[in-house]
Design a protein around this ligand. Structure first.
Ligand code: UT7
Length: 321
């Protein structure tokens, strides 16, 4: 019996040119560079200009992934975009990417699981591929979080940022690599911990981010560790077999806590929160692409993705590159 696996054959990313430093934020709200860095590990972040949108960033990231893969857009049959900040309520960001890159008729839609969006989208794409329905799928995380940040709320505006990352998945038969397993979770009873105070069917606008940071923090440490344990158990693997942890980049203290639970030295953790901030669904593919382009992540290595976000949603994915 032949088995199909989804391989990550390339990645790409895009960051807006404009960098917003902690020092600049000191001029905007009652905060300090020291507070932001100590509590979150963030030093600076990229913020989109008025002309840069989730679609435009997603297109650039996807274009690079396609180029790095050396394939033609004609050979892609699926586009799945994880985003919470689409250009329009509809159509999806995914169809705009499809049109911009001349990707032929296929499947294209968005996935909304906030900061866990990329792991959800990866899982959805993997299931389409394993089911034999798709052969090459672009999975993109793209966000313009600056558009849903309350720039007067010092508790959140210092954290979130903009950008996009993309991976190209390809179906391969009889392979022992690729996506080994994905693990998705949600518990809507915790939806009040992190949300926007509006939406199209209520206020007619997207609303702004409201977060109970401390509560989210506590849940993040335990739930992401659970998701990581699930991935290891499913694949009969020990933590020391993991080559790289590529976590959602919300807070370096959360990331360090997860690494400690895995007994993984920080040298094997891809950390970008210091210069990317929290880009929600874009954070994992942005971090992954940075490590790929730097030549850190190599073929046949085991990479573990993990994330937690509003919902609460959380999850993990174990991949052999
Ligand atoms: O990506 C989705 C998932 N999101 C996360 O994983 C985020 C999880 N949460 C966190 O990362 C952290 O909770 C934060 C970085 C958001 C906050 O760190 P904390 O250590 O939990 O601080 P806190 O919220 O308990 O606030 C401590 C103090 C408060 O003052 P009092 O009540 O102790 O007087 C806040 O008002 O810090 C104050 N504070 C600030 N002070 C200076 C809150 N924001 C700021 C600020 N600058 N920007």
């Amino acid at each position: 019996m032949s088995s199909i696996r989804s391989h990550i054959i390339a990645s790409g990313s895009y960051l807006p040119e404009r960098i917003l430093t902690n020092k600049e934020l000191e001029q905007m709200v009652d905060t300090t560079d020291e507070w932001i860095y100590q509590r979150s590990g963030i030093k600076q972040r990229h913020i989109a200009s008025e002309n840069e949108t989730t679609v435009s960033m997603a297109v650039e990231a996807a274009r690079k992934a396609i180029r790095n893969a050396g394939v033609s857009p004609q050979d892609i049959d699926g586009v799945i975009v994880a985003t919470t900040t689409p250009d329009n309520t509809f159509p999806s960001v995914a169809v705009s990417v499809q049109a911009a890159l001349d990707i032929p008729v296929g499947i294209a839609f968005d996935v909304q699981a906030v900061c866990t969006g990329f792991v959800y989208a990866l899982s959805v794409a993997d299931n389409f591929i394993k089911g034999g329905q798709l052969k090459r799928v672009l999975v993109i995380g793209a966000e313009k979080m600056s558009s849903v940040v309350d720039w007067e709320d010092r508790a959140t505006c210092v954290l979130f940022a903009d950008g996009a990352g993309a991976v190209l998945l390809e179906a391969r038969e009889d392979s022992d690599g690729g996506i080994l397993s994905t693990h998705l979770y949600a518990d809507g009873r915790m939806k009040e911990l992190l949300y926007t105070n509006g939406g199209v069917s209520t206020t007619g606008q997207s609303g702004k981010i409201v977060m109970q940071g401390r509560e989210v923090f506590k849940n993040a440490v335990t739930l992401m560790a659970d998701a990581v344990t699930a991935a290891l158990e499913k694949n009969n693997m020990q933590p020391e077999q993991i080559d790289w942890l590529v976590p959602h980049q919300a807070n370096s203290r959360i990331i360090e806590a997860t690494a400690r639970k895995l007994n993984l030295p920080m040298e094997q953790v891809v950390l970008t929160v210091d210069h990317h901030g929290n880009t929600s669904a874009a954070s994992i593919p942005l971090a992954f692409d940075e490590a790929m382009q730097a030549g850190k992540i190599k073929p046949n290595q085991y990479v573990l993705f993990e994330a937690l976000g509003g919902g609460l949603t959380w999850g993990s994915a174990l991949v052999k590159i």
